[in-house]
Design a binder for this molecule. Structure first.
Ligand SMILES: *Cc1c(COP(=O)(O)O)cnc(C)c1O
Length: 391
């Protein structure tokens, strides 16, 4: 099997797994308890917090563990809106955010907040100038993602954050896809809140983290015991958090080398697929791009067909966003970037991870043209396009 869907999720690294199992077995103490059995659990949480903080250039006191990236996005956006509602009720985000952000904003609209959804350019970039122009006196929050999960475009968040800071507006960024892929030094960045998730970096599912800059006052996500300084009650997912800590440790050890290798494989796909298959569009920005995402629109066929064809060859890939594939809806990201429905329907995302090899990429480059040709043979769109070409 060739797994090229790392933007959807990743395999738990064996070292991560080994770091987790003690807390599911012998070290089962509740980290809030005082006896010796509980110490190792409490220590594991502290260590993971310190590690993640160090890795993203934050202080441990600014890191809160959550249940997933989606939770971090929900918490930051909804709690920031509530905390600042006295000042105003206007929020700015983009049309290409993950649904964790988009649907949180939509929920706030139900509560009387007003949301501006900025449109990206054709490469998926949001211009900081657009943000500057959209900020009003009653704007309280801007949320623009760092790296896009579908097309890989990386936003100029430092410039956007600087504008927000100057205008006294909170800035949140969904950094789920960039963690481990691009260096982050939050202490030096004008970012107030950021979302992370463990399962995108070879950690376990069901653990995330939120960065909350010291001095930014947010309400709690869940009320309960005093866990996470009273902001996120509930006994901690100790094994999961220990796994996240280990996943970060592995990134510190060999993340840079992995990314170099992955970038070369990505570029091989970005060059090789349009070379071998006619009428292919590369989506996303060519240089402002995550190292692990190669994305395309393959014209005149449907993404679902491509995925089925790849699956028959035991290649896992994705089309559009994970939440909308399976239904026939075109990706909201590609539509926002200006692609018409029929083009957006033919989207294909290949996302790389640390275990992918050059042989695997060669295999995909060999298999894909045949799959596309077979689908085009039975596609009415292709027949029309060919007839037009002949005319
Ligand atoms: C995967 C992903 C999320 C959601 O993270 P979960 O931990 O799966 O909830 C949020 N934002 C982006 C950009 C993602 O890729």
């Amino acid at each position: 099997m060739i797994y090229l869907d790392h933007a959807a999720t990743t395999k738990v690294d064996p070292e991560v797994f080994a770091a987790m199992t003690p807390f599911l077995q012998d070290e089962y103490g509740n980290p809030s308890s005082w006896y010796k059995l509980a110490h190792s659990a409490a220590n594991a949480i502290n260590e993971a917090r310190e590690r993640l903080a160090e890795y993203v250039g934050a202080s441990p006191r600014e890191i809160y563990f959550t249940g997933c990236g989606t939770e971090s996005d929900n918490w930051a956006i909804k709690a920031a809106a509530r905390a600042k509602a006295d000042k105003g009720r206007h929020i700015i985000t983009s049309q290409i955010e993950h649904h964790a952000v988009l649907h949180s904003c939509q929920a706030l609209q139900q509560d009387g907040f007003e949301v501006t959804y900025l449109a990206p350019d054709k490469t998926g970039l949001i211009d900081p100038e657009q943000v500057a122009q959209a900020i009003r006196d009653d704007t309280i929050l801007v949320s623009i993602m760092h790296g896009n999960n579908e097309v890989g475009t990386v936003q100029p968040i430092e410039q956007i954050g600087a504008i927000c800071r100057e205008r006294g507006v909170l800035f949140h960024t969904d950094a789920v896809q960039t963690l481990g892929k691009l260096p982050l030094n939050l202490a030096d960045m004008p970012v107030d809140m950021a979302a992370f998730s463990a399962h995108k970096i070879h950690g376990p599912k069901g653990v995330g983290a939120m960065y909350l800059r010291r001095g930014v006052k947010l309400g709690s996500f869940m009320d309960g015991g005093g866990q996470e300084w009273g902001k996120r009650g509930g006994t901690e997912n100790v094994a999961g958090i220990a796994g996240l800590g280990k996943a970060i440790e592995l990134l510190q050890e060999h993340g840079e080398q992995d990314n170099e290798r992955i970038t070369a494989l990505r570029d091989k796909l970005l060059e090789g697929i349009p070379e071998r298959i006619p009428h292919v569009i590369i989506t996303g920005h060519r240089t402002q791009r995550l190292p692990h995402i190669a994305s395309f629109c393959i014209r005149y066929i449907e993404g679902e067909g491509i995925l089925l064809g790849l699956d028959e060859e035991d290649i896992c890939a994705s089309s559009g966003s994970a939440c909308t594939s399976g239904s026939l809806e075109a990706s909201h990201v590609l539509l926002a970037m200006g692609y018409p429905h029929e083009v957006a329907h033919g989207s294909l995302r290949l996302s790389l991870g640390r275990k992918n090899t050059e042989e695997e990429i060669d295999y995909v480059l060999e298999a894909l043209p045949g799959i596309v040709a077979r689908l085009r043979e039975i596609s009415p769109l292709w027949a029309d396009a060919k007839r037009e070409e002949e005319v």
